[in-house]
Design a protein around this ligand. Structure first.
Ligand code: SF4
Length: 578
C-alpha cells in the first residue's frame, strides 16, 4: 500500500505554508530518522542554530495515529543551540497521534521573519493552514496560552508551543505539547529546540481534528491482534511503573550510590526517601492527584502523574525522575512540594528541567546560592520568565553558565547538561553521554540498571564495571534509535523482540516486508548520518569524553572514578559503523 503522508512546510519569512507530498526517498522515514535526514539534506551543518539557515522539523513516527501501544510521540529536530550539533528530542502528548491520524509526516519550519518581535500561531485544519498573528502573545506562559487557544478552538485540538524562554531564544528552552488533560506538560526538553522555534517566530501550532478521518491498513486484523496482545502484556509487566512512575528510579540510584547529589559530588542523598517513588505516590493519593495516567493515546504503561499541593490545587504534571533528581538531590532539596513547583514553573516558562537543575547546581557550586536553599530555584525561574539580564544568563544553560562563572565542576558533555545518572557509577550511561551524536542525553542509549543489550544472555558486566559497556551502549543506542524513528516511547523496551513486533505492525499497516534486522540497520545508518552532520559542524570523535573532574574526583561514597579509556571512546563509532 502506498504511503499517503504529507509534509507541511512553513516559510516564516513570508508567513506562508504549503502542503507537499512526502518525497519517495523518505517514504519509510519517520520520527528521528526523518528529522535527521532532512537536516542533513537541507541544512548546512555550519549554520547559526538561531539563524535563518537552520530548520525546525516536527515529525511523527511511522505508526503514529494507530492503536499500537505507545507509538505516537513526536520527534523535534534541528541544529541545537546548546550542543552546536544535530539534535532530536521526542515528546508524548496528544499532537503525535493527531499528526498520524491527519497523515502529516512532518512540519518543516524554515527561514525567519523580518524582525524578532513577529510571532505567529499556525492553525492546521486538514490542508488548510493559516498563520495568525501572535506577536502580542509571544511572552505568554504555556498554561495561559493553552487556555486561550482551547477557548478559541475547542477542546478537540492539540497544540505544540513555546513559553517566554523560547520566545527569547534561550538555550535551555523546550517545546511543549498538550497532554491528554489539555495541559502543556509534555516537553521536548533537550537541546534548546524551543529557542529554534522562537527564532522562527512560531509561538504555537494548533492541530484540529477532522471528523471521520480513518487510516488505511494493508492488514488491519493482524495489526489489531498484535497491538492488543502487546498492550495487554505491557499493562501486566509494567504495573509497578504505572504506580510509582519514573520516580521509582530515585531508590534504585540511591541503592547503587549513583544518585547525583550536590552538583554530582556524591552518589547518595540523606533525603532520598522523601523524594522517591513511594513518597510521591503517597503524596499524590493523599491529595487527590492522579497516578498511572497515559501521556498519549494508546499508552499501555501509563507512567504519568498529576501532582497537587496541600490545598488540592494542581501544581504540575508529570513529575519524573530526572526532574526530581536534578532539582532535588543535586541541589540538596528533599521537599517534593518545592520540586513540583519547580517542575510546573519550568513547563510554563518552557525550559528543560534537566538543564535547569544542572545549571542551578553550578550556580550553587559557584556560591551564588547555598545548596539546600529551597527558594533559590524559584527566584531564578522568575528571572528567566521575565527575561531580566540575569535571567537571560541563567537561561543559557549549564555549560555556558559554568564557563562564565569559572566553575571547574560543570556536569555537561558537548554543551548539554548531564541527566540524572552519575557516569562514575552508571558506566554504560557514561559511554552514551560521550558518544551519542545528541550530547549528554540518557534517552539516546539508556543503560539503566540491569537492562541488557541485544542479547539478554550476554554478560554486559555489573552496572559500575567498564566490562561490556561499550557494546551495551552501542546496542542500546541503535535499538532506541530504531524506536525513535517509529515514534515509540522506549519504555516499551529496547530489544530484538520489540523490533520483531514492530516489523509485523509495519507489515500490517503498510505491507512493509522488512525484518527486525532491517530496522536495526536503518537505525545504524541514521546514527551514521547524524555523526556526519556533527562532523560538518566541527564535532568529532575527539570530543567523545566527559569533564575531567569525573576522571579525577572519586564519587562519594563508592570511590569510583570515570576510567573508560579515551581511545575506546574516540574509536567507538569507527569500529562499529564501518
Ligand atoms: S510510558 Fe509514560 S512516557 Fe511513555 S508514553 Fe506512556 S505515559 Fe508517556
Amino acid at each position: 500500500m502506498r504511503n499517503m503522508s504529507k509534509f507541511i512546510r512553513i516559510d516564516t519569512s513570508k508567513s506562508k505554508a504549503r502542503v507537499e507530498s512526502v518525497p519517495s526517498e523518505y517514504e519509510f522515514h519517520g520520527g528521528r530518522e526523518l528529522t535527521s535526514s532532512i537536516l542533513l539534506d537541507e541544512v548546512d551543518p555550519k549554520v547559526d542554530p538561531l539563524g535563518e539557515g537552520n530548520k525546525l522539523i516536527l515529525a511523527s513516527g511511522l505508526l503514529a495515529g494507530t492503536p499500537a501501544p505507545n507509538f505516537s510521540r513526536i520527534s523535534a529536530g534541528a541544529k541545537s543551540p546548546l550542543t552546536g550539533g544535530i539534535k532530536e528530542a521526542n515528546v508524548g502528548g496528544s499532537a503525535g497521534f493527531l499528526l498520524g491520524l491527519l497523515e502529516i509526516r512532518a512540519i518543516i519550519i524554515e527561514n525567519q521573519p523580518e524582525t524578532k518581535d513577529i510571532f505567529h500561531h499556525v492553525i492546521v485544519e486538514g490542508d488548510n493552514i493559516q498563520l495568525e498573528d501572535a506577536s502580542e502573545e509571544r511572552f505568554l506562559g504555556n498554561y495561559e496560552l493553552a487556555r486561550k487557544m482551547i477557548d478559541a478552538h475547542g477542546k478537540g485540538i492539540s497544540m505544540i508551543s513555546i513559553g517566554p524562554a523560547g520566545a527569547r531564544c534561550m538555550n535551555m528552552a523546550s517545546i511543549a505539547v498538550l497532554d491528554l488533560q489539555h495541559h502543556p506538560s509534555r516537553h521536548a526538553g533537550r537541546g534548546g529546540l524551543g529557542a529554534v522555534m522562537g527564532s522562527k517566530g512560531i509561538k504555537s501550532i494548533v492541530l484540529k481534528r477532522i471528523k471521520g478521518t480513518r487510516l488505511e491498513y494493508t492488514n488491519k486484523d493482524v495489526f489489531l491482534e498484535v497491538s492488543k496482545k502487546w498492550s495487554k502484556h505491557l499493562k501486566t509487566t509494567k504495573a509497578g511503573f504505572s504506580k510509582l512512575g519514573t520516580a521509582m528510579t530515585v531508590g534504585i540510584s540511591q541503592m547503587l550510590k549513583g544518585l547525583p547529589t550536590k552538583n554530582f559530588k556524591k552518589g547518595t542523598f540523606d533525603g532520598a526517601d522523601n523524594i522517591g517513588g513511594e513518597a510521591l505516590h503517597e503524596m499524590i493519593v493523599e491529595r487527590g492527584g492522579k497516578f498511572g495516567i497515559p501521556c498519549l493515546p494508546g499508552c499501555a504503561i501509563q507512567c504519568s502523574n498529576l501532582v497537587k499541593d496541600a490545598a488540592g490545587n494542581q501544581v504540575t504534571s508529570s513529575l519524573e525522575y530526572e526532574t526530581i533528581c536534578l532539582n532535588g538531590s543535586n541541589l540538596m532539596i528533599d521537599d517534593l512540594d518545592t520540586i513540583a513547583k519547580i517542575d510546573g514553573a519550568c513547563d510554563d516558562i518552557g525550559i528543560d528541567t534537566i538543564e535547569f537543575g544542572g545549571m542551578m547546581g553550578v550556580l550553587m557550586e559557584a556560591g551564588r546560592y547555598e545548596f539546600g536553599d529551597k527558594d533559590a530555584p524559584l527566584e531564578v525561574l522568575e528571572e528567566i520568565r521575565e527575561g531580566t539580564k540575569d535571567g537571560v544568563f541563567y537561561g543559557s544553560g549549564v555549560a555556558a553558565v559554568g564557563e562564565a562563572l569559572g566553575v571547574e565542576r560543570v556536569p555537561a558533555a558537548k554543551g548539554q547538561g548531564f541527566p540524572a545518572y552519575d557516569p562514575r557509577v552508571y558506566k554504560g550511561m557514561g559511554v552514551t553521554f560521550c558518544t551519542t551524536p545528541m550530547g549528554a542525553d540518557h534517552t539516546a542509549g539508556a543503560a539503566i540498571f540491569k537492562r541488557p543489550g541485544l542479547d539478554p544472555n550476554h554478560d554486559y558486566g555489573d552496572v559500575s564495571e567498564n566490562k561490556g559497556k561499550l557494546r551495551l551502549s552501542y546496542e542500546l543506542q541503535v535499538l532506541i534509535g530504531a524506536l525513535d524513528m517509529l515514534g515509540a516511547c522506549y519504555f516499551i523496551g529496547p530489544s530484538r523482540d520489540t523490533l520483531e513486533k514492530v516489523a509485523t505492525l509495519l507489515n500490517g499497516r503498510y505491507g512493509w516486508q522488512g525484518t527486525w534486522e532491517d530496522l536495526f540497520d536503518k537505525a545504524r545508518k541514521m546514527i551514521g548520518r547524524e555523526l556526519l552532520f556533527n562532523q560538518g559542524a566541527g564535532i568529532t570523535s575527539q570530543d567523545n569524553d566527559i569533564p575531567a573532574f569525573f576522571r579525577q574526583e572519586p564519587s562519594e561514597p563508592t570511590g569510583l572514578t570515570w576510567d573508560m579509556p579515551r581511545e575506546d571512546l574516540a574509536s567507538f563509532w569507527t569500529e562499529r559503523l564501518d
